[in-house]
Design a protein around this ligand. Sequence first.
Ligand code: SF4
Length: 184
Amino acid sequence: MHYSEIKTYDIANGLGVRTTLFVSGCRNRCKGCFQPETWDFHNGKIFDENVWEEILDSMVPDYIQGLTLLGGDPFEEENQKDLLPFMREMKRRFPDVEDAKKKKHRCKNVWAFTGYMLEDLLPGGKKHTEDTDELLSYVDILVDGPFVKELKNLTLKFRGSENQRLIDMNEYRRSGKIVTVLGS
Ligand code: SF4
């Protein structure tokens, strides 16, 4: 996999201060896409273990709330395959923590943006692969859906067009219901 950019101390792509990884490669080709250079799967640099370290090191301070996966599209099949081992390592370094009531909490949360719908990523969906269930299990907020120019709205938080949803994936795992957050 290639990546186009890493943004550290990012406050634009999820709640709190985060590290954001822009992977390369996207087949959605949304009209009006704000970064068409990332459609090319070979844009940018190779995502190797040195890059893993750079990202993981940047997440160490307590004030870094988490990691955002952006693109391109992290859920293109080949990107899922290469992101999965990295995400396993991220969870190994930043495991969930247990409170006094034995409730588990994320040490660092994960946001992921995709031009596909959650339904496309579920078993039977067109983007579901052998890697998808585990990769999705690490995601707390999924921002899904293509960017639709006609529905563009500059006042929206963390999304470009009104059709896109900010889905609480922990709630989805708990109840099986799609619950959107932050007014989406
Ligand atoms: S999914 Fe994102 S990166 Fe891909 S074409 Fe749409 S807006 Fe651009």
